[in-house]
Design a protein around this ligand. Structure first.
Ligand code: HEC
Ligand code: HEC
Ligand code: HEC
Ligand code: HEC
Ligand code: HEC
Ligand code: HEC
Length: 468
């Protein structure tokens, strides 16, 4: 009997221990703050700071002390706030009463319970080093000044026209002088004047008599043409620092640096397609449905998003086709003008360029080609000299000298950029081929003479790789 009691007690202790173990493992405990930080930055930081109240949402610090509705309800709130509010929970009712009229509804976030636990661990005690970095970031987001609107340089063509005119003037007056001289001589000798021929015929005559001079001039023009052609190809100073005005005073620094929004959030196709998409107004509305005012431009610029998509910021609802306030969907109801962003980078149609190839396969950083975009206002073409100075902040950047976006720039990088054949994926097949044949092996040895394999060596200089 005693033994039975003993066993029962043991079982009870185990049960109690386990149950209390479960209950004790609150969602506020046991999370991983480091993972939590990246989750917080990716999902919550656009609207929440840890301590301060932002324009959009309450600071999350101290949540553990004020949240009285239990873990399940907290998870539900974060995943689907309106659903959580429908449950009639008291704390949530007070939350909605207090914030929704000013901030609008929080949007539901696609994070799991475990991920929420990690986020809360980060929020309640940001690791000293990580937290320090995050804190200093927001103070360290300058927007650099650059001259907006710099058209590409057409002085080459102007020089050409100028020289052509000069040449004609010289040639014509030379023909004129020689004609006058002939006339003077003829008059002296009492011979009849030459018949009055056209300038062109006289020019031809002069050219026949001055073959050396003509070939010199011809030679000069051929050389000039080659130089102009070459520098057009290599694009001396063609696009550098081009930055057209945009319909909305968008600011990368505020979004990508101050609020740490990932490039991919807005340029969502950049890792898996040729083009990096420019976000539509719907993407802006994920945040700007709630963020109605900016600290620098007030409501003025953000209102332009609303005008485009048909959103009434007073009532917080979308307009229908007739301009009435309703619950219409943003895409298909209001026929406002889509925001017409001006293209900044624009390669000619005959050039093929793929982002996926460069950022996903090649592992290049955006900054290697676009500069430190998180310090820009609107998009711009960064000068190559400026990109080269980023090497400390973005280790691994390949330093180049030819102007950005020119053919010379592409070629220079392909000659410098190394490829890790053994990394598999895209180059697996080439690698196999090189390893498994005698000729291939020889080729491979030749590539490896300088101890690296460049993009060029695998065909990155072939015209057809870049030209249709
Ligand atoms: C689009 C903006 C937005 C995003 C993104 C967002 N929230 Fe919120 N959050 C709000 C707003 C606004 C409120 C205030 C309640 C309301 O108005 O809906 C809020 C309230 C909260 C509250 C209640 C705060 C309190 O004091 O009780 C918690 C907890 C919370 N959010 C967690 C999160 C977490 C975690 C994430 C990221 C996974 C997140 N939120 C992402 C806008 C946002
Ligand atoms: C992930 C959230 C998010 C997205 C998406 C987003 N914004 Fe913002 N935006 C913010 C935040 C946060 C601020 C900062 C508000 C403040 O504190 O000034 C802001 C500020 C602004 C401002 C005001 C700047 C100022 O300080 O006056 C403008 C204009 C703006 N955004 C335009 C856009 C446009 C256009 C898009 C779509 C292409 C967009 N935003 C997408 C979060 C976002
Ligand atoms: C900063 C360096 C860099 C610049 C600048 C650059 N590329 Fe590349 N490119 C690479 C690298 C690295 C690869 C190889 C990626 C991989 O497959 O591993 C590559 C691969 C390619 C390929 C595929 C080549 C093949 O053999 O399949 C094409 C096409 C290409 N680039 C076009 C361009 C064009 C066009 C430009 C100029 C507008 C350009 N690249 C500018 C680094 C660069
Ligand atoms: C190897 C150089 C290179 C890298 C790395 C690179 N880009 Fe680009 N990017 C270009 C070129 C070249 C263009 C012009 C493409 C065209 O006109 O077809 C461009 C154009 C763009 C555009 C305009 C839309 C388009 O696709 O034409 C956006 C937005 C953009 N890049 C964003 C990014 C982001 C974000 C990253 C990092 C994830 C990135 N780029 C990395 C070279 C690069
Ligand atoms: C909140 C949304 C948002 C984020 C985040 C964002 N961008 Fe942009 N980006 C835009 C918009 C809108 C434009 C078009 C207007 C302009 O040129 O400024 C643009 C333009 C660009 C352009 C020029 C496109 C062209 O027409 O050639 C480049 C390059 C670019 N972004 C790169 C980046 C990089 C790199 C990052 C990350 C550091 C980033 N962007 C983060 C919204 C964003
Ligand atoms: C790595 C990519 C790449 C390779 C390889 C390449 N080109 Fe280009 N090429 C470009 C780019 C980018 C431009 C556009 C430059 C500009 O707009 O200034 C261009 C422009 C040109 C132009 C000028 C057309 C114009 O619009 O001015 C000619 C001609 C040309 N390439 C011929 C060639 C030939 C011939 C080869 C092979 C020997 C070749 N390219 C290989 C990227 C490449």
């Amino acid at each position: 009997m005693k033994r039975l009691q003993h066993i029962a007690r043991a079982i009870c202790t185990i049960l109690v221990f386990q149950v209390s173990g479960l209950a004790g493992q609150s969602i506020f405990e046991g999370g991983d703050p480091v993972n939590g930080q990246s989750l917080f930055n990716a999902n919550c930081a656009a609207c929440h700071k840890i301590t301060d109240e932002m324009l959009v949402g309450p600071g999350l610090a101290g949540l553990q002390d004020r949240w009285t509705s239990g873990d399940e309800m907290l998870v539900k709130w974060i995943q689907s706030p309106q659903e959580a509010a429908e449950s009639g929970d008291k704390y949530i009712k007070s939350l909605v009463d207090r914030y929704v009229s000013t901030y609008g509804w929080m949007t539901g976030q696609a994070v799991s319970k475990d991920e929420i636990s990690d986020i809360l661990a980060y929020v309640s005690s940001p690791p000293a080093d990580v937290g320090g970095a995050a804190a200093s970031l927001s103070e360290d987001c300058p927007t650099i000044d650059y001259d907006a609107e710099q058209e590409s340089d057409s002085s080459d063509a102007m020089w050409f026209v100028f020289l052509l005119i000069l040449f004609l003037v010289v040639a014509l007056s030379a023909a004129g002088i020689s004609r006058s001289l002939t006339d003077v001589i003829s008059e002296k000798n009492g011979e009849p004047y030459l018949p009055d021929t056209g300038y062109f015929t006289r020019l031809k005559g002069w050219a026949w008599n001055n073959l050396v001079m003509v070939s010199l001039i011809g030679f000069f023009f051929v050389i000039y043409g080659v130089v102009v052609g070459y520098s057009a190809l290599m694009g001396i100073g063609l696009y550098t620092d081009y930055s057209p005005d945009q319909p909305i005073a968008f600011n990368h620094s505020i979004h990508a640096c101050e609020n740490e929004i990932d490039c991919k959030y807005c340029h969502s196709t950049v890792y898996d397609s040729k083009h990096a998409s420019i976000p539509s107004a719907n993407v802006c509305m994920n945040c700007h449905k709630a963020i109605k005012k900016g600290s620098r431009t007030g409501t003025e610029e953000i209102e332009k998003i609303y005008a485009s998509i048909g959103f009434d910021s007073n009532s917080g609802t979308y307009l229908d086709g007739e301009g009435n306030i309703g619950n219409a969907l943003p895409q298909d109801s209001y026929d406002g003008e889509p925001i017409k962003w001006n293209k900044v980078h624009n390669l000619p149609d005959h050039v093929y360029f793929s982002h996926q190839q460069h950022v996903t396969v090649g592992g290049l950083q955006c900054q290697n080609c676009h500069g430190d975009v998180s310090t820009y206002s609107v998009g711009r073409i960064a000068p190559v000299e400026e990109i080269n100075t980023l090497i400390d902040a973005y280790p691994g950047i390949i330093q180049l000298s030819k102007p950005t976006l020119t053919m010379g720039w592409c070629l220079e990088c392909h000659n410098k950029a190394e490829i890790d054949l053994a990394s598999g994926g895209y180059y697996e097949e080439i690698h196999e081929r090189l390893l498994n044949s005698e000729r291939g092996n020889e080729e491979l040895r030749r590539y490896l003479e300088d101890e690296k394999i460049t993009v060029r060596e695998l065909g990155g200089w072939e015209c057809s790789k870049c030209h249709y």
